[in-house]
Write a protein that binds this ligand. Structure first.
Ligand SMILES: C[S@@+](CC[C@H](N)C(=O)[O-])C[C@H]1O[C@@H](n2cnc3c(N)ncnc32)[C@H](O)[C@@H]1O
Length: 273
């Protein structure tokens, strides 16, 4: 089954109204002085606003279709914006980057593509190695309520016009929870069924598959510590509400971690000698 990251145009159309996370991460980036690393940058949904804000941004992703679309958007920027942008194809579990970045961000559930503790640890270690001392890593996870997880069959049926084919199409979603090596995995399928002029199914539909590890705050915290990062803040959404694990109210968990600032060497000053 194909992945949603094979079709950047559809991705951008579906998430065109998802703005709160972009605004949130722009605010964090503005508080840091230095280049930004956008890990799993996708089509540049966040990277482009960061570039327009004046940041130097390196975007890394492994999906060629997403990177192509990000590159096309970067090309449409003015010369100054283009010069501040660099896109690279990389696996987030093996980031090959030196410590240059003041702020790294993995937006929109990107870390949940790491299905095992070992992969999450590789990701956190690579991010830590890319941060300057004191640099920040921000990311978020999807933490669906039990009500959503227990749902069976298809839901979220929405009729829309496919931006690529121009055809009316019915979207729906189904999922199941699988047992992964280190915790539950949410295996989602997005169904797209083209319709005729009377809204009857016409022709073959297509299914896209997406898997997310359902990872708990305590697991995140312990892996961050093992990677040499300190958890400095959490939120239960992009409006700043607190993260209260298990309260059934928060579907977005947002994390801010920091590479510890460099210690000043405790060298006695000449006056103290
Ligand atoms: C939900 S999208 C988020 C994209 C972008 N950050 C945003 O906010 O729109 C997740 C992104 O992670 C990328 N991704 C998934 N697994 C990856 C991996 N192992 N290495 C690099 N990128 C990965 C996908 O290609 C996709 O672009």
């Amino acid at each position: 089954m194909r992945s949603p990251f094979d079709d950047g145009e559809l991705y951008d159309w579906e998430y065109r109204r998802r703005r709160a996370d972009v605004q949130f991460y722009r605010t964090l980036a503005d508080e840091r002085d230095g280049p930004v690393l956008d890990i799993g940058c996708g089509t540049g949904r966040l990277m482009l606003p960061l570039l327009r804000d004046g940041h130097v941004v390196v975007g890394a992703d492994r999906a060629p279709a997403m990177l192509d679309r990000a590159a096309a958007r970067v090309r449409r920027l003015g010369i100054a914006g283009r010069r501040r942008a660099l896109l690279m194809r990389a696996d987030l579990r093996a980031l090959p980057l030196a410590p240059r970045f003041a702020f790294a961000v993995a937006a929109f559930h990107t870390v949940q593509h790491c299905e095992t503790d070992a992969d999450l640890l590789r990701f956190f270690r690579g991010a830590e190695a890319a941060l300057v001392p004191g640099g920040w890593l921000a990311f978020d996870t999807f933490a669906p309520e039990k009500r959503f997880l227990d749902r069976r069959g298809r839901s979220g049926q929405t009729r829309f016009r496919d931006p690529r084919t121009g055809r009316p199409t019915m979207y729906s979603e189904s999922h199941r929870v699988e047992t992964g090596p280190d915790g539950p995995i949410l295996a989602m399928t997005f169904h797209y069924q083209p319709l005729d002029t009377r809204d009857r199914p016409q022709g073959r539909g297509r299914n896209l598959s997406l898997r997310h590890r359902l990872v708990q705050p305590a697991e995140i915290q312990s892996l961050l510590v093992r990677a040499g990062l300190a958890l400095v803040a959490t939120w239960g959404g992009f409006d700043g509400r607190p993260l209260v694990p298990g309260d059934g109210q928060t579907e977005q968990h947002v994390y801010l971690a920091q590479r510890p600032p460099a210690q000043r060497p405790d060298v006695p000053s000449p006056q103290r000698l």
